[in-house]
Design a protein around this ligand. Sequence first.
Ligand code: ASP
Length: 439
Amino acid sequence: MGLTTKILVGMIAGILLGCLFNFLNMSQLLGEGVTSAINLYLTEGLFDIIGRIFIASLKLMVVPLVLVSLISGACALSEGSRIGPLAGKTVLLYMLTTAIAITLALCLALIFQPGVGVSETAAEATAAYQPKESPPLSEVLVNIFPTNPVAAMAEGNMLQIIVFALLMGYAISRCGEPGQRIAAFFNDMNAVVLRMVGVLMVFAPYGVFALLAKTFADLGFGGLLQLGKYFLVVLGALLLHALGTYSLLLKMLSGLNPLELLKKMWSTMVFAFSTASSAATIPVTLSTVEKRLGVDNKVAAFTIPLGATINMDGTAIMQGVATVFIAQFFGVEIGLTGYLTVILTATLASIGTAGVPGVGLIMLGMVLQQVGLPLEGIAIVIGVDRLLDMVRTAVNITGDAVVSSVVAKSEGALDEETYYDANYKSVSINDNQNTVGAH
Ligand code: ASP
């Protein structure tokens, strides 16, 4: 069995087992003793431990991979003076896809009216809820610039690492012979770090299994009934955006066949789904985009970590639907200007949203505040957010791959032979002969 298939099997088995445990917990069918043993030794024991080790091993690779890969990519880019146009195009496309996502979400929410007729019992949750402060926008902007590169790496602050790596890559390319020696070092280091990712990926199916079994065992499905309509509207918008918007954009802007991209991104989406973290998925996204989609390292090394940090289309969709839902629930009319404000703030909020589980919901506070809706509204949607978080993270990283491919194509940095190669390795991560160090 190839690794991709194994990961899929791990995912399905994890979800099924998790749901079964959840059912047993709810129904107490096996008696309290057995149920609590399952909870203690499996859900909160074995699965929790394996799942956490799995996420730790993914996160372990993020900082070294982004730093090394981006420095060597930036050297190659600076030689051709392509950093400016590349960064401009990428950021513009990221903002554009997010704005489209939130507009789509608002339209669907206004058509289906998820907040109308939700019973008052849901509102009881609001009383106990303590809204968390979301950071002000000015803070988000100033925070992009590092004061201390070591601190940025220690904290895993992706935007600061990106700024530092770009500066260093640029300097290396302007340094003549010493620069070339350092560039060669980072190219070689890149191959080593990618190989480390490959080694860890062998354990991925077990990690995915454990993580999903625990999450689904813990998941309260009760909220799904109350908030069914909200849940379905978010889910529908996410699917429409992932399958519709991305396909159209990819076809229109680059002429590439979107089905290939979706097919090759599938196992990466499973990672994103099971970890609910774009940041933790960076190592997997990066190597999939380079090796399966044929995006040159010098483009992918910039677009993917940046995307995982600032491009959150799925999150923006949730925020759009949630805003309409909360407005309807509290019977507040926010009007056209309100909706335009939502589009603007949610696009900016998505830049400030860290790629870790649940942050999208905290940033929703920023959007609600802008249009004068009560922050307590967050407490109502929190019940079904974990599952939506997983799905929207998968959409978030798919958006990164789409923009990365479009930018690479426009820069002549996309190898179409790889993009259309149907015989790609089941997991490309383990085969780093072809692309690593190619630039
Ligand atoms: N979990 C999401 C991500 O990592 C962010 C969020 O919406 O909470 O992309």
